[in-house]
Design a protein around this ligand. Structure first.
Ligand code: SF4
Length: 403
């Protein structure tokens, strides 16, 4: 059993945007409809006590809490302050508490009381931004159809240029193949993010990625050096990688690339997107139910459910649940195809949700990622760039390195 170190709390289950790709509201799982809008104070108290108990039981010196939604800032400054105080009180003297909050940003500019609360509790803030104004507003619109870029830009200026810069964790950008990759990256850079991440749109073999409607059958063998089929997501990402990696100075961090590079060089990764590290993240919904990662909502209605909740179960109960243990088996948990793939230690079979194929046995997640051919090309591309640079550097100090 692997103890949880990351606790993602849905403190508000509704959103002030209506993004067309949203996996919470627009995907197969529609459980949000039956949940309370905000996590009640008694539920927060219960969650905080369970996190502290989990830290004590498993000897954790630090825990990470991610405040999420819906849109978590819809709880308002007073309730947000109360949530953060409850967490801090419960963890005081037990484990170091690191809190981040993932937001669409709009409320930060609309409610001046929010940033001081976040600052008082040292909460690091990640903001979702999809690149240029046109690219962002193509998908991230308000319920009345208006774009949200202008509001997010206002919030990002407050966060990145004001006295609260230290809270700025970075940007999350969902890839849109119709957007130019370099323009997208440079539009993100305009807000000086300390780090950003580029997310593949959530998709499965049953619900293929945008732009790849024919990608419905998992491969029977691991991709070769040339996967022989279109890999538009790899092309998009490789273009950004070359622009980022080739910059004369470090402009920002890009989590996906940094983690692939770290894994290629024998290090470890901490995201679910790549690598074979066991999952250590658990989700608590506004009603106190304990769930798996949100991305599973793209698979089928109820996919993240565990049947557990914080009123009857502990997080140790959850960590013993088969749904979580299935995500902690490393290479043994991969699809047979991935087991034969030379990239498996780096790719890790891709995000668990992206492996879903209803016809696969023994579980519908025992397929390689629906992005398998793209991941193969991306990993090979980054490996190639690193190999060239390492060889050049080694040659400079010790003569040519055999390839
Ligand atoms: S999903 Fe990743 S590890 Fe599995 S076969 Fe494809 S490239 Fe290899």
């Amino acid at each position: 059993m692997v103890a949880f170190r990351q606790f993602l709390l849905k403190i508000h289950s509704r959103c002030n945007l209506a993004c067309d790709y949203c996996y919470v509201y627009e995907s197969a799982d529609q459980s949000w409809r039956d949940r309370p809008r905000a996590m009640a104070p008694g539920t927060v108290l219960r969650v905080a006590a369970h996190i502290a108990e989990h830290a004590r039981t498993h000897g954790l010196s630090e825990v990470h809490v991610v405040l999420h939604g819906g849109e978590p800032l819809l709880v308002g400054a007073v309730r947000l302050d109360a949530v953060l105080r409850t967490l801090a009180d419960a963890l005081d003297g037990v484990a170091a508490l690191h809190v981040t909050l993932q937001t669409n940003g709009l409320r930060l500019a609309e409610d001046p009381a929010l940033l001081p609360v976040l600052a008082r509790h040292g909460v690091r803030v990640g903001v979702s931004l999809d690149g240029t104004e046109a690219g962002h507003d193509r998908h991230r619109r308000r319920p009345d159809g208006r774009g949200s870029h202008a509001g997010v830009a206002r919030a990002l200026r407050l966060l990145s240029e004001g006295p609260h810069r230290a809270l700025y964790a970075g940007l999350l950008c969902t890839i849109d193949l119709t957007a130019d990759p370099v323009e997208t990256y440079e539009a993100l850079l305009e807000f000086a993010p300390p780090r950003l991440d580029l997310l593949l749109p959530h998709a499965t073999w049953h619900t293929p990625p945008p732009g790849l409607p024919g990608r419905t059958a998992p491969p029977r063998t691991a991709p070769g050096a040339d996967p022989g089929e279109p890999v538009p997501y790899a092309r998009w990402l490789c273009t950004v990688f070359d622009r980022w990696y080739g910059a004369p100075r470090r402009e920002t961090g890009i989590r996906l690339f940094e983690e692939i590079a770290a894994l290629l060089l024998g290090g470890s990764a901490h995201s679910e997107a790549v690598g074979l590290a066991p999952l250590d993240l658990v989700v608590v919904e506004t009603d106190g139910t304990i769930e798996q990662a949100d991305s599973l909502k793209v698979a089928y209605d109820g996919a993240p459910a565990t049947g557990l909740d914080v009123f009857r179960h502990t997080f140790t109960d959850a960590a013993r649940h088969e749904a979580f243990r299935a995500r902690q088996r490393g290479r043994a948990g991969l699809a047979p195809v991935c087991g034969t793939c030379p990239r498996s230690a780096v790719c890790g079979g891709g995000l668990y949700a992206h492996r879903y194929h209803p016809g696969t046995t023994p579980t519908p997640f025992a397929a390689p990622s629906v992005y398998c051919p793209d991941l193969a090309v991306l990993v090979d591309h980054i490996a190639g760039r690193l190999r060239r640079d390492v060889n050049a550097a080694m040659s400079a100090v010790a003569g040519p390195v055999p390839s």
